[in-house]
Design a protein around this ligand. Structure first.
Ligand code: MLT
Ligand code: MN
Ligand code: ZN
Length: 305
Protein backbone atom coordinates (compact mmCIF):
# COMPACT_ATOMS: atom_id res chain seq x y z
CA UNK A 1 0.00 0.00 0.00
CA UNK A 2 1.00 3.57 -0.46
CA UNK A 3 0.41 6.58 1.81
CA UNK A 4 0.91 10.20 0.85
CA UNK A 5 1.03 12.99 3.43
CA UNK A 6 -1.03 15.88 2.07
CA UNK A 7 -0.72 18.05 5.16
CA UNK A 8 1.52 17.47 8.17
CA UNK A 9 0.66 20.54 10.25
CA UNK A 10 -1.88 20.91 13.05
CA UNK A 11 -4.73 23.44 13.08
CA UNK A 12 -3.43 26.78 11.78
CA UNK A 13 -0.73 25.20 9.62
CA UNK A 14 2.84 26.51 9.50
CA UNK A 15 3.30 29.42 9.42
CA UNK A 16 -0.02 30.31 11.04
CA UNK A 17 -1.46 33.51 9.53
CA UNK A 18 -1.44 35.56 12.75
CA UNK A 19 1.45 33.92 14.58
CA UNK A 20 4.84 35.44 15.23
CA UNK A 21 6.34 32.71 17.37
CA UNK A 22 10.00 31.87 16.80
CA UNK A 23 9.07 29.27 14.19
CA UNK A 24 6.42 31.19 12.22
CA UNK A 25 8.37 34.45 12.22
CA UNK A 26 11.62 32.60 11.47
CA UNK A 27 10.09 30.74 8.52
CA UNK A 28 8.69 33.95 7.02
CA UNK A 29 11.95 35.83 7.45
CA UNK A 30 14.13 32.90 6.39
CA UNK A 31 16.08 33.00 9.66
CA UNK A 32 15.45 29.35 10.51
CA UNK A 33 15.75 26.19 8.44
CA UNK A 34 12.20 24.88 8.24
CA UNK A 35 9.51 23.95 5.73
CA UNK A 36 5.95 25.25 5.54
CA UNK A 37 3.22 22.76 6.36
CA UNK A 38 -0.43 22.66 5.47
CA UNK A 39 -3.14 21.32 7.75
CA UNK A 40 -3.63 17.72 8.70
CA UNK A 41 -4.50 15.18 6.00
CA UNK A 42 -3.20 11.96 4.48
CA UNK A 43 -4.33 9.77 1.60
CA UNK A 44 -3.87 6.03 1.12
CA UNK A 45 -4.22 3.57 -1.76
CA UNK A 46 -4.06 -0.19 -2.09
CA UNK A 47 -3.94 -0.29 -5.91
CA UNK A 48 -2.32 3.03 -6.91
CA UNK A 49 -5.59 4.08 -8.50
CA UNK A 50 -8.33 4.43 -5.89
CA UNK A 51 -7.56 6.55 -2.85
CA UNK A 52 -9.04 7.06 0.59
CA UNK A 53 -8.72 10.55 1.97
CA UNK A 54 -8.20 10.87 5.72
CA UNK A 55 -9.50 14.27 6.81
CA UNK A 56 -10.52 17.17 4.63
CA UNK A 57 -8.19 20.01 5.50
CA UNK A 58 -8.91 23.72 4.96
CA UNK A 59 -5.91 23.55 2.61
CA UNK A 60 -7.39 20.74 0.52
CA UNK A 61 -7.37 22.47 -2.89
CA UNK A 62 -3.68 23.30 -2.63
CA UNK A 63 -2.96 19.79 -1.38
CA UNK A 64 -4.78 18.22 -4.34
CA UNK A 65 -2.89 20.49 -6.74
CA UNK A 66 0.37 19.33 -5.17
CA UNK A 67 -0.61 15.69 -5.68
CA UNK A 68 -2.03 15.19 -9.21
CA UNK A 69 -2.51 11.46 -8.66
CA UNK A 70 -5.78 12.35 -6.99
CA UNK A 71 -6.90 13.72 -10.37
CA UNK A 72 -6.66 11.00 -13.04
CA UNK A 73 -8.81 13.01 -15.51
CA UNK A 74 -10.78 10.07 -16.95
CA UNK A 75 -13.92 12.15 -17.46
CA UNK A 76 -14.92 15.80 -17.56
CA UNK A 77 -15.55 15.70 -13.80
CA UNK A 78 -13.55 13.05 -11.97
CA UNK A 79 -11.63 12.17 -8.83
CA UNK A 80 -9.55 9.27 -7.55
CA UNK A 81 -10.88 9.83 -4.02
CA UNK A 82 -13.39 7.06 -3.38
CA UNK A 83 -14.04 7.62 0.32
CA UNK A 84 -13.29 10.14 3.04
CA UNK A 85 -12.54 9.23 6.66
CA UNK A 86 -12.90 11.92 9.31
CA UNK A 87 -10.79 11.14 12.34
CA UNK A 88 -12.63 13.75 14.43
CA UNK A 89 -14.86 16.78 13.85
CA UNK A 90 -12.17 19.44 14.25
CA UNK A 91 -12.01 22.42 11.89
CA UNK A 92 -8.59 21.37 10.56
CA UNK A 93 -9.99 17.95 9.57
CA UNK A 94 -13.36 18.83 8.07
CA UNK A 95 -13.43 22.30 6.50
CA UNK A 96 -12.08 21.04 3.18
CA UNK A 97 -15.40 19.31 2.53
CA UNK A 98 -16.85 22.72 1.60
CA UNK A 99 -14.30 22.84 -1.18
CA UNK A 100 -15.37 19.44 -2.55
CA UNK A 101 -19.03 20.45 -2.99
CA UNK A 102 -18.90 20.15 -6.80
CA UNK A 103 -18.73 16.35 -6.63
CA UNK A 104 -21.11 14.61 -9.06
CA UNK A 105 -22.49 12.31 -6.40
CA UNK A 106 -22.69 12.28 -2.60
CA UNK A 107 -19.33 11.86 -0.86
CA UNK A 108 -18.82 8.52 0.86
CA UNK A 109 -17.95 9.74 4.32
CA UNK A 110 -16.83 7.53 7.19
CA UNK A 111 -17.00 8.96 10.70
CA UNK A 112 -18.37 7.98 14.09
CA UNK A 113 -21.86 8.92 15.34
CA UNK A 114 -20.61 11.72 17.68
CA UNK A 115 -18.64 13.28 14.83
CA UNK A 116 -21.65 12.94 12.53
CA UNK A 117 -23.73 14.69 15.19
CA UNK A 118 -21.26 17.59 15.53
CA UNK A 119 -21.12 17.96 11.75
CA UNK A 120 -24.91 18.08 11.55
CA UNK A 121 -25.55 20.37 14.51
CA UNK A 122 -22.70 22.37 16.12
CA UNK A 123 -21.10 22.81 12.70
CA UNK A 124 -23.90 21.90 10.23
CA UNK A 125 -21.50 21.03 7.42
CA UNK A 126 -23.31 17.85 6.35
CA UNK A 127 -26.65 19.66 6.20
CA UNK A 128 -25.11 22.43 4.15
CA UNK A 129 -23.53 19.95 1.72
CA UNK A 130 -27.01 18.52 1.27
CA UNK A 131 -27.67 21.60 -0.89
CA UNK A 132 -24.73 20.65 -3.12
CA UNK A 133 -23.44 17.12 -3.74
CA UNK A 134 -24.68 15.63 -0.47
CA UNK A 135 -23.09 13.21 1.92
CA UNK A 136 -23.52 9.48 2.22
CA UNK A 137 -22.64 8.85 5.86
CA UNK A 138 -21.13 5.48 6.78
CA UNK A 139 -21.06 4.87 10.55
CA UNK A 140 -17.45 4.10 11.40
CA UNK A 141 -17.21 1.29 13.96
CA UNK A 142 -14.84 1.83 16.91
CA UNK A 143 -14.94 -1.70 18.28
CA UNK A 144 -11.98 -2.84 16.16
CA UNK A 145 -14.33 -4.68 13.81
CA UNK A 146 -12.90 -4.82 10.31
CA UNK A 147 -14.53 -2.71 7.63
CA UNK A 148 -13.94 -2.29 3.90
CA UNK A 149 -14.95 0.44 1.50
CA UNK A 150 -16.69 0.22 -1.83
CA UNK A 151 -14.31 0.75 -4.79
CA UNK A 152 -11.25 0.67 -2.53
CA UNK A 153 -9.50 -2.61 -3.34
CA UNK A 154 -6.76 -4.30 -1.29
CA UNK A 155 -7.36 -2.29 1.87
CA UNK A 156 -9.23 -2.97 5.05
CA UNK A 157 -9.54 -0.95 8.19
CA UNK A 158 -10.24 -1.15 11.90
CA UNK A 159 -10.57 1.65 14.40
CA UNK A 160 -10.84 2.39 18.09
CA UNK A 161 -11.57 5.24 20.43
CA UNK A 162 -8.76 7.52 21.59
CA UNK A 163 -8.66 9.70 24.64
CA UNK A 164 -8.31 13.26 23.32
CA UNK A 165 -10.92 16.06 23.22
CA UNK A 166 -14.02 17.08 21.29
CA UNK A 167 -13.74 20.24 19.13
CA UNK A 168 -14.03 23.64 20.84
CA UNK A 169 -17.46 24.18 19.21
CA UNK A 170 -18.82 20.81 20.36
CA UNK A 171 -21.21 20.55 23.30
CA UNK A 172 -18.88 17.75 24.45
CA UNK A 173 -15.72 19.90 24.67
CA UNK A 174 -13.79 18.76 27.77
CA UNK A 175 -16.20 15.86 28.24
CA UNK A 176 -15.60 13.75 25.13
CA UNK A 177 -17.41 10.48 24.52
CA UNK A 178 -16.10 7.35 22.75
CA UNK A 179 -15.89 8.16 19.06
CA UNK A 180 -15.03 11.85 19.36
CA UNK A 181 -11.49 10.89 18.40
CA UNK A 182 -10.27 7.71 16.77
CA UNK A 183 -7.15 5.88 15.73
CA UNK A 184 -7.28 3.78 12.56
CA UNK A 185 -5.27 0.79 11.41
CA UNK A 186 -5.04 0.50 7.62
CA UNK A 187 -4.14 -2.97 6.44
CA UNK A 188 -2.98 -4.14 3.02
CA UNK A 189 -4.99 -7.32 2.46
CA UNK A 190 -2.41 -8.71 0.06
CA UNK A 191 0.68 -8.28 2.21
CA UNK A 192 -0.78 -8.00 5.72
CA UNK A 193 1.29 -4.86 6.28
CA UNK A 194 -0.26 -2.23 8.55
CA UNK A 195 -0.16 1.50 9.13
CA UNK A 196 -1.52 2.99 12.35
CA UNK A 197 -2.75 6.59 12.07
CA UNK A 198 -3.68 8.67 15.13
CA UNK A 199 -3.05 12.41 14.69
CA UNK A 200 -4.72 13.40 17.98
CA UNK A 201 -4.36 11.42 21.19
CA UNK A 202 -3.46 12.13 24.78
CA UNK A 203 -3.09 8.68 26.28
CA UNK A 204 -1.46 5.48 25.04
CA UNK A 205 -4.10 3.13 26.45
CA UNK A 206 -3.51 -0.63 26.15
CA UNK A 207 -5.57 -0.92 22.96
CA UNK A 208 -3.61 1.95 21.41
CA UNK A 209 -0.30 0.38 22.38
CA UNK A 210 -1.39 -2.94 20.92
CA UNK A 211 -2.23 -1.28 17.58
CA UNK A 212 1.09 0.59 17.56
CA UNK A 213 2.99 -2.62 18.21
CA UNK A 214 1.12 -4.44 15.44
CA UNK A 215 1.88 -1.78 12.82
CA UNK A 216 4.81 -1.54 10.41
CA UNK A 217 4.46 2.25 10.35
CA UNK A 218 2.98 4.48 13.06
CA UNK A 219 1.91 8.03 12.25
CA UNK A 220 1.01 9.57 15.59
CA UNK A 221 0.25 12.85 17.34
CA UNK A 222 3.24 15.18 17.01
CA UNK A 223 1.40 18.37 17.99
CA UNK A 224 3.48 19.60 20.93
CA UNK A 225 6.99 19.11 22.30
CA UNK A 226 6.15 20.10 25.90
CA UNK A 227 2.92 20.00 27.85
CA UNK A 228 3.14 23.74 28.66
CA UNK A 229 4.26 24.82 25.17
CA UNK A 230 1.36 27.20 24.54
CA UNK A 231 1.37 28.52 28.12
CA UNK A 232 5.12 29.21 28.09
CA UNK A 233 4.67 31.19 24.86
CA UNK A 234 1.72 33.12 26.22
CA UNK A 235 -0.37 31.78 23.33
CA UNK A 236 -2.96 29.94 25.43
CA UNK A 237 -3.83 29.02 28.99
CA UNK A 238 -4.18 25.36 28.08
CA UNK A 239 -1.80 22.48 28.49
CA UNK A 240 -1.22 20.18 25.52
CA UNK A 241 -3.00 17.44 27.45
CA UNK A 242 -6.05 19.68 28.04
CA UNK A 243 -6.30 20.06 24.28
CA UNK A 244 -6.13 16.31 23.83
CA UNK A 245 -2.51 16.01 22.70
CA UNK A 246 0.23 13.92 24.28
CA UNK A 247 3.46 15.96 24.25
CA UNK A 248 6.67 14.36 23.01
CA UNK A 249 8.57 15.00 26.26
CA UNK A 250 8.00 14.24 29.93
CA UNK A 251 7.19 11.07 31.79
CA UNK A 252 5.26 8.75 29.48
CA UNK A 253 5.53 11.31 26.71
CA UNK A 254 5.33 10.23 23.07
CA UNK A 255 9.11 9.78 22.68
CA UNK A 256 9.25 7.39 25.63
CA UNK A 257 6.54 5.27 24.04
CA UNK A 258 8.06 5.32 20.56
CA UNK A 259 11.40 4.24 22.06
CA UNK A 260 9.74 1.02 23.20
CA UNK A 261 8.64 0.00 19.71
CA UNK A 262 10.78 -2.44 17.73
CA UNK A 263 13.64 -0.95 15.71
CA UNK A 264 11.92 -2.17 12.56
CA UNK A 265 8.81 -0.01 13.14
CA UNK A 266 8.84 3.24 11.20
CA UNK A 267 7.96 5.98 13.72
CA UNK A 268 6.60 9.24 12.34
CA UNK A 269 5.19 12.29 14.10
CA UNK A 270 2.36 14.06 12.28
CA UNK A 271 -0.12 16.91 13.02
CA UNK A 272 2.69 19.19 14.18
CA UNK A 273 1.78 22.52 15.70
CA UNK A 274 3.61 25.59 14.41
CA UNK A 275 5.01 26.29 17.90
CA UNK A 276 6.77 22.92 18.12
CA UNK A 277 10.59 23.34 18.12
CA UNK A 278 11.01 20.13 16.08
CA UNK A 279 9.94 22.13 13.02
CA UNK A 280 13.26 23.95 13.20
CA UNK A 281 15.57 21.53 11.42
CA UNK A 282 18.61 22.83 13.27
CA UNK A 283 17.07 22.56 16.75
CA UNK A 284 18.37 20.33 19.55
CA UNK A 285 14.87 18.89 19.77
CA UNK A 286 15.02 17.79 16.14
CA UNK A 287 18.45 16.22 16.77
CA UNK A 288 17.00 14.34 19.69
CA UNK A 289 14.26 12.83 17.52
CA UNK A 290 16.81 11.88 14.88
CA UNK A 291 18.98 10.11 17.44
CA UNK A 292 15.95 8.04 18.43
CA UNK A 293 15.01 7.19 14.86
CA UNK A 294 11.80 9.23 14.99
CA UNK A 295 10.81 11.00 11.75
CA UNK A 296 8.88 14.25 11.34
CA UNK A 297 6.21 14.12 8.65
CA UNK A 298 6.31 16.78 5.94
CA UNK A 299 3.90 17.70 3.17
CA UNK A 300 4.54 15.44 0.21
CA UNK A 301 6.06 12.61 2.27
CA UNK A 302 5.29 9.41 0.38
CA UNK A 303 5.46 6.04 2.07
CA UNK A 304 5.22 2.63 0.47
CA UNK A 305 4.61 -0.11 3.00
C1 MLT B 1 -6.39 20.27 17.48
O1 MLT B 1 -6.20 19.15 17.08
O2 MLT B 1 -6.39 20.55 18.70
C2 MLT B 1 -6.59 21.28 16.41
O3 MLT B 1 -5.51 21.34 15.54
C3 MLT B 1 -7.17 22.55 16.82
C4 MLT B 1 -7.58 23.38 15.64
O4 MLT B 1 -8.08 22.88 14.63
O5 MLT B 1 -7.37 24.59 15.71
MN1 MN C 1 -6.03 19.26 14.87
ZN1 ZN D 1 3.64 30.06 15.32
Amino acid sequence: MRLHVLGSGAGGGFPQWNCNCHNCDGLRKGTIRATARTQSSITVTGDNENWVLFNASPDILTQFQQFPELQPARALRDTAVKAIVLIDGQIDHTTGLYMLREHRQPHEIWCTPPVQEDLTQGNPLFRLLGHYCGVNWNALPIDESVFEMKHVPNLRFHAHHLRSNAPPYSPRRDKPVPGDNIGVTIEDTKTGRKIYYAPGLVDIEPHVWAAMQAADVVLVDGTFWTDDEMIALGASKKYARDMGHLPQTGENGMMAWLDKLPKTTRKILIHINNTNPILNEDSAQRRELESRGIEVAYDGMDITV
